[in-house]
Design a protein around this ligand. Structure first.
Ligand code: HEC
Length: 111
């Protein structure tokens, strides 16, 4: 009986420590992503949205961006990037981006 309790206590402690390891690594990924929006923008979107190449709306043209966000809605804009448009390649050159990343990138450009 005593040994059963010890085994349980041991495995329970193992479970607790692996759960906290998962929580810590998830927090690190989230933190890294937030800091990386500017980098992702520079690597994926800036080629067109910095200069306005191919008539892309420029980063920082907040009047135009706010108008577009109001007109189409954020989820439609995210779909546009994912599916591509006339000139914009599908995914906007960011293969690893999630919907949430696209939302953050659009908000980043609209400021
Ligand atoms: C190769 C150039 C290019 C790249 C790279 C690019 N875009 Fe675009 N984007 C465009 C152009 C051009 C338009 C205007 C629509 C069109 O003609 O395709 C546009 C339009 C958009 C729109 C408006 C969509 C709509 O429904 O009106 C959003 C939002 C957007 N881009 C986000 C992004 C994001 C986010 C990235 C980076 C992950 C990105 N773009 C990368 C060229 C680009």
């Amino acid at each position: 009986m005593l040994s059963m309790t010890m085994i349980f206590a041991k495995s329970n402690r193992f479970l607790v420590s692996s759960v906290s390891a998962v929580i810590i690594s998830a927090a690190m990924i989230t933190g890294a992503e937030a800091a990386n929006i500017a980098t992702t923008y520079n690597e994926s979107c800036a080629a067109c949205h910095d200069s306005g190449a191919l008539n892309a709306i420029k980063k920082g043209d907040s009047v135009k961006w706010q108008q577009l966000i109001k007109q189409k809605g954020m989820s439609a804009l995210i779909s546009s990037v994912k599916n591509g448009m006339i000139q914009m390649p599908a995914g906007g050159l960011c293969e690893a981006c999630s919907n949430d990343d696209y939302r953050k990138l659009i908000e980043y450009m609209s400021k």
